[in-house]
Design a protein around this ligand. Structure first.
Ligand SMILES: [Zn+2]
Length: 115
């Protein structure tokens, strides 16, 4: 009978010290972004990552830049236009009258009416 040859097992799922396995945790670079509303958004990036010059503000969603004194301009928001607004852009009032008269005449003709 042999002695001192016990089989040493490792429990499945055992987690040895992560720092020994993977090395020391790396640092990070902190970047502050400022929007035109004066909000600060703090992001952390890997040490050698290319840091974006703009980031969306965490509070208001406006673009934020790294220069606190010169934040990016506020976004241009297109006003909502109704279908009628688009029609008015394309046609004058007189053209609209003509088209309406034309459509009414066509409808009257289709019904066999006389005008
Ligand atoms: Zn903001």
């Amino acid at each position: 009978m042999t002695q001192g040859q016990a089989i040493r097992g490792v429990r499945i799922g055992a987690t040895p010290s992560l720092h020994i396995e993977r090395g020391e945790p790396v640092g990070h670079q902190r970047v502050d972004y400022w929007c035109a509303n004066g909000h600060r958004t703090i992001r952390h990036f890997a040490p050698h990552a290319n840091v974006p010059t703009e980031w969306d503000c965490r509070r208001c969603g406006w673009p934020a830049g790294i220069d606190a004194l010169n934040p990016p301009a506020r976004p241009v928001i297109k006003p909502f236009k109704t279908h009628l607004d688009y029609v008015r852009e394309r046609r004058t009032e007189e053209e609209a009258e003509d088209i309406l008269a034309e459509a009414l005449a066509a409808r009257a003709a289709a019904r066999g009416e006389r005008r």
